[in-house]
Design a protein around this ligand. Structure first.
Ligand SMILES: *[C@@H]1O[C@H](CO)[C@@H](O)[C@H](O)[C@H]1NC(C)=O
Length: 250
């Protein structure tokens, strides 16, 4: 049977609808991405999340992960912010309390606040125009943290910082918990607050601010992490429209 005008018009309308529908579906694919937070330690960890200015908070900025537990969080396109692990937390039924490391001062939900150094950070700036990510020890180290892009292009390196840096932390950088146990290792900048270690003042220049014996302690254990302010040549990575696993593992 030959198509008549009456037959063609509905099918054109049909096609337009289908096309519109596919457009909506395919754009959904890149409008959001997933962070999978994994706790591979044998202790409970309370990740903190700080969105950069104006970005939506994820999970109100904090959550609890029991040993071997994972959570998927969806972030909108263009999100930027940082994740860290808080340890030794005690929160009451209202979510109020404090943590031994990485405390944000507002209980389980950090609501935009950052963690108190020392804390190892996983940092992201998505879709600018690619995704930038790094593990930063500029604010010191408390627990091992790694970023594993969920991308099979082979172009997106994992950033692993899964060594326990507390074990051999230089004595003048270490932080002890209330039972005397070593809970974190400060960066030299945090510990000494001097321009030489913080790359500030007359050291605010990659030619003047160099690795130090302290930053090298961190760099040896975590060669692809930021260990001082001008470390970015070896420590910032890019990927395109990927999902990411953030693994806390000892
Ligand atoms: C998170 O999402 C991945 C796939 O994107 C899925 O395999 C995994 O089971 C999810 N995990 C949780 C805890 O929902």
């Amino acid at each position: 049977m030959y198509p008549t005008l009456l037959n063609i018009i509905p099918s054109v309308v049909h096609m337009a609808f289908l096309y519109f529908f596919l457009l909506v579906i395919s754009s959904c694919g890149v409008d959001a991405m997933v962070f999978t937070l994994q706790n591979r330690c044998n202790k409970t960890i309370w990740p903190g999340i700080q969105a950069s200015g104006g970005q939506p908070l994820l999970m109100e900025g904090g959550l609890e992960l029991k040993p071997l537990q994972s959570r998927n969080l969806t972030a909108p396109k263009g999100w930027s912010g940082r994740f860290w692990g808080r340890t030794g937390c005690t929160f009451n039924v209202y979510g109020l309390g404090t943590c031994t490391t990485g405390d944000c001062g507002s209980g389980i939900y950090c609501n935009g606040a950052g963690g108190e150094p020392p804390a190892s950070l996983a940092e992201f700036t998505l879709d600018s125009p690619v995704d930038f990510y790094d593990v930063s020890l500029l604010d010191g180290y408390n627990i091992p943290i790694s970023i594993i892009p969920q991308d099979d292009s082979g172009l997106c390196p994992s950033v692993r910082c899964d060594t326990d840096l507390n074990l051999h932390c230089p004595p003048n950088l270490l932080v002890r918990g209330d039972r005397g146990q070593i809970v974190a290792c400060k960066s030299a900048c945090t510990a000494f607050q001097s321009p030489e270690f913080c790359c500030t003042g007359q050291f605010q220049n990659p030619n003047r601010c160099k690795p130090t014996k302290y930053s090298q302690y961190f760099k040896r254990a975590c060669p692809t992490s930021f260990t001082y302010a001008f470390d970015d040549m070896t420590s910032t990575f890019t990927c395109r429209e990927s999902d990411y696993v953030i693994r806390i593992q000892q």
